[in-house]
Ligand binder design. Structure first.
Ligand code: FPP
Ligand code: MG
Length: 308
């Protein structure tokens, strides 16, 4: 079994090996998530929460948190409870996003969506359960981090997922369905909040846990905001170009919902260029961190080159 102490080599020929790095970190996250949420009474709700939380996925959000803590000299153990909480919140946002009242989707991560298996009532509660547990988990399980820093993570996370963040972005997204005159400003608002806010707190929380300076946190925010927007541009492109098998969820939904997207405004080629430009700007922010920034630099490039 892979643990924090026996991670496989993540450099090959002197070069950072992102594939090995992701594999090792994914395994650590899977084990930590499994341990974080054991089955118990009432089984129905724990089963529904575990169904979506343990359904695989890239685990990009927890890995961003771990990578940032480690870049600033912290340890995996310091960041793992927050990393797990970030995946719990990401998962709950997808459970709710897939509900009939929102995107009404049948598949997620290659499996039937939560409400298709457990019904809408339990799916709503599974999301609520994961959201509440995420905050409990950070507060109760974080060790070897000064309490003031843990409190800062909790406060920033609350802001990132509430009406000033994810929830606000989702509301404007829902309101913009069927409106072909949605402006670039509104589109940026949606994605900076719906997707960007969570990616930003993944990186920033890692920085806070490791005791980053205000300047470090500023640079981390800028890095994360840029990769967040690039991530969304690529998501929009994949909704047009990828297959359902590859993505594990239905495709072509943006067009169906008559949503304005980056490719619908700029075309696919220009959208790719914009995403690459954003990643270049993101990576420039990490210069002062030198060699230690390799995982975050590689993750940035992975985001624009991903095909699922
Ligand atoms: C997927 O977007 C959905 C999100 C990124 C977040 C949605 C947010 C909510 C439902 C609010 C959740 C509540 C809290 C408290 C955080 P998409 O529909 O564009 O992508 P998809 O194709 O993967 O469904
Ligand atoms: Mg959706």
């Amino acid at each position: 079994m892979i643990t924090a102490d026996n991670l496989p080599e993540t450099t090959r020929d002197g070069k950072f090996d992102l594939v090995a790095y992701l594999k090792a970190k994914q395994q650590l996250c899977e084990a930590a998530l499994e341990k974080a949420l054991p089955m118990q009474y009432p089984e129905t709700i724990y089963e529904a929460m575990r169904y979506s939380l343990l359904a695989g996925g890239k685990r990009l959000r927890p890995i961003l948190c771990l990578a940032t803590t480690e870049m600033l000299g912290g340890t995996t153990d310091m960041a793992m409870p927050t990393a797990c909480a970030l995946e719990m919140i990401h998962t709950m946002s997808l459970i709710h996003d897939d509900l009939p009242a929102m995107d009404n989707d049948d598949y997620r991560r290659g499996k039937l969506t939560n409400h298709k298996v457990y019904g809408e009532d339990i799916a709503i509660l599974a999301g609520d359960g994961l959201l509440a547990y995420a905050f409990e988990y950070i507060a109760a399980q974080t060790q070897n981090v000064p309490p003031q820093q843990v409190l800062q993570v909790i406060a920033k996370l609350g802001k990132a997922v509430g009406a000033a963040g994810l929830v606000g972005g989702q509301v404007v997204d829902l309101e913009s369905e069927g409106k072909s005159d949605t402006s670039l400003k509104t589109l940026n608002y949606i994605h900076r909040h719906k997707t960007g806010a969570l990616l930003e707190i993944c990186v920033v929380s890692g920085g806070v846990l490791a005791g980053g300076t205000p300047e470090d946190l500023q640079r981390l925010s800028a890095y994360a905001q840029n990769i967040g927007l690039a991530f969304q541009i690529i998501d929009d492109i994949l909704d047009i170009t990828a297959t359902q098998e590859k993505l594990g969820k239905s495709i072509g939904k943006d067009q169906q919902a008559q949503k304005v997207t980056y490719p619908s405004l700029w075309g696919i080629e220009e959208s790719k260029k914009q995403a690459e430009q954003l990643i270049a700007e993101a990576c420039a922010q990490l210069k002062p961190f030198g060699e230690k920034a390799q995982p975050l630099l590689a993750l940035g490039h992975f985001i624009v080159s991903r095909d699922r």
